[in-house]
Design a protein around this ligand. Structure first.
Ligand code: C5P
Length: 223
């Protein structure tokens, strides 16, 4: 059984590039799913292409962060897509989370904790006075109260998030080397799985440059 699971972040506006990413990241060793964020979803042919993908695990990362009614309407508006996972910011609040969960049906609703591009300093800049760890524990509790299906956090937070939230944990911020880009809280794939992540999200380290070689390098370094 393929116990290790990876979402490849298809952060591009090109359908051609997505096709290439999918073609070059097939594996017998790990389960692979594909994540589409705001860039691809809002690109000219992105949404329509997502609607045509068959037999793949699909994750639409819209990171909803709005009033309850708008979150609910957005979920209803994408229900024609056969997607498996959809994100909402836990900071949207308990009411938005609960109401979204009521309409999400078969789509797994994924709560996003504090983004992996934040550290304590940048959180302070936007007015948070508690430290990252405390905020994330609080967010994990809220996600559990709202009965969300999965949660996104950095590889470092998995251990304590797991004590509050018992379902799937998805972790971006995965790197094999010191090229972090805009990510602050990063770890290697091996470490992220050891910490208890169910799914890793990997984008640029696989999709920039030689996709096949990059992907194989990750496969060699996951256990
Ligand atoms: O290229 P990279 O591996 O940094 O991509 C990480 C992906 O995960 C991006 O698509 C980003 O939007 C997403 N993500 C994240 N941090 C979160 C939630 C999602 O980096 N907390």
């Amino acid at each position: 059984m393929k116990s290790k699971k990876i979402f490849i972040a298809c952060d591009t506006k090109s359908v051609k590039k997505v096709k290439k990413i999918i073609k070059e990241t097939q594996s017998n060793k790990v389960k692979v799913g594909y994540k589409f964020g705001l860039e691809f979803f809002n690109s000219k042919n992105g949404r329509s292409y997502i609607s045509k993908i068959k037999n793949k695990i699909l994750f639409v990362d819209l990171k909803l962060f709005d009033i309850p009614n708008t979150c609910v309407s957005t979920i209803k508006a994408i229900k024609d897509l056969k997607i498996d996972y959809l994100t909402i910011h836990i900071s949207a609040g308990l009411k938005a989370l609960r109401e979204s969960k009521k309409v999400s049906g078969k789509i797994k609703l994924v709560g996003v904790t504090t983004l992996t591009s934040f550290d304590n300093k940048s959180l302070k800049q936007i007015g948070y006075s508690k430290n990252l760890k405390k905020i994330i524990i609080q967010q994990a509790k809220l996600a559990a109260r709202a009965n969300l299906d999965a949660l996104v956090c950095s590889p470092y937070e998995v251990k304590y998030v797991k004590q509050k939230f018992k379902k799937e944990i998805i972790t971006p911020g995965i790197r094999l080397d010191s090229k972090h880009n805009d990510q602050k809280r990063v770890a290697t794939p091996k470490k992220a799985f050891q910490n208890g992540s169910d799914w890793l999200v990997i984008g640029r380290p696989i999709t920039k440059g030689n996709i096949k070689n990059n992907f194989n390098k990750f496969l060699e370094n996951i256990d």
